[in-house]
Design a protein around this ligand. Sequence first.
Ligand SMILES: [Zn+2]
Length: 153
Amino acid sequence: MPEQNQSTSSDTNKIKLDDASWKQKLDPEVYHIAREKGTERAFTGTYWNHFESGTYHCKACGNPLFKSDGKFESSCGWPSFFEPISEKSILYANDNTYGMQRTEVMCGKCDAHLGHVFDDGPPPTYKRYCINSVIIDFEKRSDTDSTQEHHAK
Ligand SMILES: [Zn+2]
């Protein structure tokens, strides 16, 4: 991937593909969530009850979206976060489908649908980012990120 040759931040490098290309690139269940704004069934995803330390990335493009530090235990059945990794990592849009007024959350890099954000989360943000497990990939915190876990022999 050419972006990796750049030492500067690639936050502004958007990924734009048409639906046919996404369909080739993504697994059907990922495509359904990311491009058709689907929703996985509650309590069926990989990460709703997952609390290891690390980072959650967009499964479509690898963009870092949330940290485990921003995740909280919610009874809703989907992975829930109170803050994204940065304001640039995600995009928001009004979603008035299904007779509800909700705020859709999308990947800031590839526009994949992630889930919705609600105003009933815990402090300090009081937000609840309700995200589909299918569209995120968890990366466990590595030794290089965590000096406390490094033991010299
Ligand atoms: Zn993405």
